[in-house]
Design a protein around this ligand. Structure first.
Ligand code: DUC
Ligand code: ZN
Ligand code: ZN
Ligand code: ZN
Length: 484
């Protein structure tokens, strides 16, 4: 059975042209004018784009004493509703737990996915077992990325020695390290001070995690990656300090990638000063939302290429879950949703305003991500042989974002009331229509795990041309007889 998407304009990361797309067996088999097939999807007035890839989601994640509320079923349903056809979740071993055991749990949860998915592995502790299992994760489990938390002291945080060891291991294995860059020691100290002074509301969360805390950690991770000779991916880049560090490293020749979230691009820190506790607590995430200057910096980074990816860090908690932090902002589960809204929000606030082009939109929501994660051109491309993960995007369709009509299982939406123009007419996952206008046709379990091969490219550490690196033993003749 063949399907033809007819009458639309193809938009990729580098081209815009009129053509039909023919699909069979879940793959694109032909691109050209006047194609016909068993089924036709009308794309008149629409753009045909590679489906979005969200490289940063937490579905059913055990975190801060609870589980994030969207699981692989509701989370991927939300993704497809908004034009995203693949998600990458973080496998999170408990400190001390085997990476491979954790992976079994994640494999199990993900069997319910409606769209394709992959995993990053988190390095939440360090030891010989982790060192050894990292090899199996890369070689046998199709995972080429390892996440490191520089924050969440006493829980997920790794120290610099552990991070350096893990980064070196990544370099050996052809894997890419990821960092959540915030100085966890400074955050913990600032949190304590705020609490001692009676600042226990959600605004305390923002005060305890200022941009410098993120900028410092980003710089530190970049230097450690440089010394380990490995590229680096900085998740949820939210501020100029962090962006500046990434820009500088790239200018110096390092492969360092930055990932702003749609939330940081479009929502600001005033959300934490709402009179309604629930309103502010629902927006507690790390890093927190920033002011307008930081937002401008992120938009400029997307336009100029110093930031490459827009993600969500989708980690949704219900209002009831958020209320565990009443009286102590440190206990408010960190996280916000965004999977369904990333593409329409970025189109509305990015493309429609002229901040980024349509081609840049495709690059930052899909193609760049596929390249960075080593799954291009199977994903992120409209090419013969690529997976038919596609979105037929109607630039005239609009809606007002509301929790009442969302797919996510939580009871609110941080973008509530925002008008978006630009929505999927169809979303296809491996050739199967999952969304037709507002009609959901998702199939639980349709999603498959996407294996990712190790990388060829490594960073030749910048420091090799600046500093002594290879140890050279010195044959000394002048050695004092004793230390006294
Ligand atoms: N930040 C969040 O807000 N939630 C999940 C984990 C994280 O780092
Ligand atoms: Zn067929
Ligand atoms: Zn994080
Ligand atoms: Zn995250």
């Amino acid at each position: 059975m063949t399907t033809v998407i007819k009458g639309g304009t193809i938009v990729t990361a580098d081209l815009t042209y009129k053509a039909d797309v023919k699909i069979d067996g879940g793959k694109i088999i032909e691109i050209g004018p006047n194609l016909s097939g068993d089924t036709t999807l009308d794309a008149a007035g629409c753009y045909i784009m590679p489906g979005g890839i969200d490289p940063h989601v937490h579905l059913e994640m055990p975190f801060m004493g609870t589980y994030s509320a969207d699981d692989f079923e509701s989370g991927t349903r939300a993704a497809l509703a908004g034009g995203t056809t693949m998600v990458v979740d973080f496998c999170l071993p408990d400190p001390g737990q085997s990476l491979l055991d954790a992976l079994k749990r994640w494999d199990n949860k993900a069997t319910r996915a409606n769209c394709d998915y992959s995993f990053h592995m988190s390095v939440t502790w360090w030891g010989e077992q982790v060192f050894n299992e990292m090899k199996a994760v890369v070689a046998h489990h199709g995972i080429n990325t390892f996440k490191h938390f520089m924050a969440y002291k006493g829980a997920l945080m790794v120290n610099d020695d552990e991070m350096f060891a893990s980064f070196q291991r990544c370099a050996e294995l052809g894997a890419l390290p990821l960092v959540h860059a915030e100085n966890g020691d400074v955050v913990a100290a600032m949190q304590q001070k705020l609490m001692d002074e009676g600042n226990d509301g959600p605004e305390g969360h923002a005060y305890s995690r200022p941009p410098s805390v993120e900028g410092e950690a980003t710089n530190r991770a970049i230097i450690i990656a440089d010394m380990a000779g490995v590229p680096l991916y900085v998740v949820h880049t939210s501020c100029e300090q962090s962006h500046e560090a990434i820009r500088r490293a790239r200018q110096n020749g390092m492969r360092v990638y930055g990932e702003p979230l749609i939330q940081h691009l479009t929502l600001d820190e005033s959300e934490y000063f709402n009179k309604d506790w629930d309103h502010s607590a629902r927006r507690v995430m790390s890093p927190p939302f920033r002011n307008k200057q930081h937002q401008d910096s992120l938009w400029a980074g997307l336009a100029s290429g110093s930031l490459q990816v827009v993600a969500t860090d989708h980690c949704a908690f219900t209002t009831d879950q958020k209320r565990t932090g009443l009286g102590d902002f440190r206990k408010i589960p960190n996280g916000t949703g965004g999977l369904e809204d990333r593409m329409p929000m970025l189109w509305t606030y990015g493309v429609a305003t002229g901040r980024i082009t349509m081609n840049e939109f495709v690059a930052v929501t899909s193609t760049n991500i596929a390249k960075i994660l080593n799954i291009y051109p199977r994903k992120g491309a409209i090419l013969v042989g690529a997976d038919a993960d596609l979105v037929v995007w109607d630039p005239k369709r609009s809606k007002t974002i509301s929790a009442k009509s969302q797919q996510s299982s939580i009871d609110y939406n941080v973008f509530e009331g925002k008008e978006v123009t630009g929505l999927p007419r169809y979303t296809l996952t491996r050739g199967v229509v999952a969304v037709e206008e507002s009609l959901m046709k998702t199939q639980e379990g349709h999603g498959q795990f996407v294996k990712r091969e190790p990388f060829q490219a490594v960073n030749k550490a910048l420091s090799t041309w600046k500093e002594l690196t290879a140890p050279r033993k010195v044959e000394r003749t002048g050695i004092p007889a004793s230390g006294v």
